[in-house]
Design a protein around this ligand. Structure first.
Ligand code: FDA
Length: 392
């Protein structure tokens, strides 16, 4: 049996950050992963350029049973701290819209940087390792049975991520381990995920696949102004991915199709016009295919002068509050993240240690902290990984 001070399970974003931080404190660290390749999610993220953080990280850009939980970690390791780390490795980056920061070249640079940081900490890393039974030793500490042998440690850090994209290594291991040690979980659901149409809407709007327009979408407490993209199966695009984290089965979403404009006023100003309503909406920014299909579905494929005051009001109302009732999501195969996870009530926000199990830590996406789209989830992985790495 080989003994380590710290074993980190999961060599993804949070696990790498934690292992490097603990190793550089002088802890003897073993980093284990069942995947053959290191940090696959970092590699595929941001279209291969990794949206590694956001210049406007705030605690209210995260969903959690306890929205305040993430504050401590985000303050202990900030977006600027990560930017400073990139500077030490001469990794160039740029800001896209809404504060989203991406590598100029490749997400591989982030993986290489974190790997180098682990090297500086003397971290031993083993990939392709199947982990079996994990037991708590009577004297404290943990013993792990693995295909590579038996390992023991004082501190065990669980960084196994969420359930999305099972084809590249996602597994429920972290949730099962939490259950084994009596650490509470909150319900899990795919998030940052496309929503699917009911059959009727699919028949009406499937031909719009590929059409995109700027909208404001609302579901529950979520409200986002971004683009919606129509697909063969339903709706996607940043506005929908964002709002999907606030959507629950059976809920309607409300879409403002002319955000920031007053449709009734615009229609009224042309009340005597021979122009078709569809052509006016195209002038005001709608894609042609969308204007034609949407007005047909509303039974409003008419000329502007044919609108009575009542139908004009109804049309304006429908434009600003188009209600869609999705029948589901595209699931973990297409979700960027998993909502819910290890309950924040069971963890210390200052250290990420389980309150009832000294020496056991949970970090990253396996925890019930889910960020908005735009670099927030990686920032949570860096911050929670750093905090556990300082304390484990
Ligand atoms: P992560 O999933 O990174 O790592 C978990 C590790 O645990 C994996 O290496 C896995 O193999 C390992 N593991 C799992 N089960 C195991 C077991 N049983 N035994 C051993 N090891 C096990 N976020 C963002 O902020 N900006 C972005 O640009 C993107 N882009 C993006 C694109 C796509 C396609 C997806 C799917 C996701 C994103 N994300 C994102 C989200 C981001 O990737 C995610 O939130 C972080 O990777 C979470 O980091 P973790 O380290 O917690 O898990």
């Amino acid at each position: 049996m080989t003994h380590f001070d710290v074993i980190v399970i999961g060599a993804g974003a949070a696990g790498l950050m934690c292992a490097a931080t603990a190793g550089q404190r002088g802890r003897r660290v073993l980093l284990l992963d069942h995947a053959q390749k290191l940090a696959e999610k970092i590699r595929i993220s941001g279209g291969g350029r990794c949206n590694f953080t956001n210049s406007g990280v705030r605690y209210d850009c995260y969903l959690s049973e306890n929205p305040n939980f993430c504050r401590s970690a985000l303050a202990q390791y900030t977006a600027q701290d990560f930017i400073d780390l990139l500077a030490r490795y001469n990794i160039a980056w740029h800001e896209k819209k809404l504060g989203q920061l991406f590598c100029d070249e490749s997400s591989e640079q982030i993986i290489a940087m974190l790997d180098a940081e682990c090297g500086l900490g003397g971290v031993e890393r083993r990939m392709g390792v199947t982990i079996g039974e994990v037991a708590r030793d009577p004297a404290g500490g943990f013993t792990l049975q693995t295909a590579d042998g038996v390992f023991a440690c004082e501190s065990l850090v669980v960084a196994t991520g969420g359930l999305s994209i099972p084809q590249i290594g996602a597994s429920p291991f972290g949730y099962r381990l939490a259950e084994q040690f009596g650490v509470a979980l909150t319900p899990l659901a795919p998030a940052l995920v496309p929503l699917t149409f009911h059959v009727d809407d699919a028949a009406r709007f499937a031909e719009l696949a590929g059409v995109s327009l700027e909208v404001e979408v609302k579901a529950g407490k979520g409200r986002f102004r971004e683009n919606v993209l129509f697909t063969h199966k339903g709706v996607s695009g940043p506005a929908i991915l964002q709002v999907s984290s606030y959507w629950a089965p059976g809920m309607e979403i409300s879409i403002d199709l002319l955000p920031g404009q007053d449709a009734e006023e615009l229609l009224l100003a042309r009340a005597n016009s021979e122009q078709r309503v569809a052509n006016a909406l195209v002038e005001w920014g709608w894609p042609r295919r969308f204007a034609d299909a949407w007005l047909l579905a509303q039974g409003m494929d008419v000329r502007l002068r044919e609108l009575s005051p009542k139908t004009r009001k109804q049309l304006a109302e429908a434009i600003h509050h188009w209600r869609l009732k999705p029948n589901g999501t595209q699931g973990y195969k297409k979700a960027e993240v998993t909502l819910g996870g290890v309950s924040t009530r069971a963890l210390s926000s200052k250290t990420m240690q389980a309150n009832a199990v000294p020496g056991l830590y949970f970090i990253g996406e396996v925890v019930d902290v889910t960020g908005h789209l735009g670099g927030y989830n990686f920032q949570w992985a860096w911050s929670s990984g750093f905090v556990a790495g300082k304390n484990c």
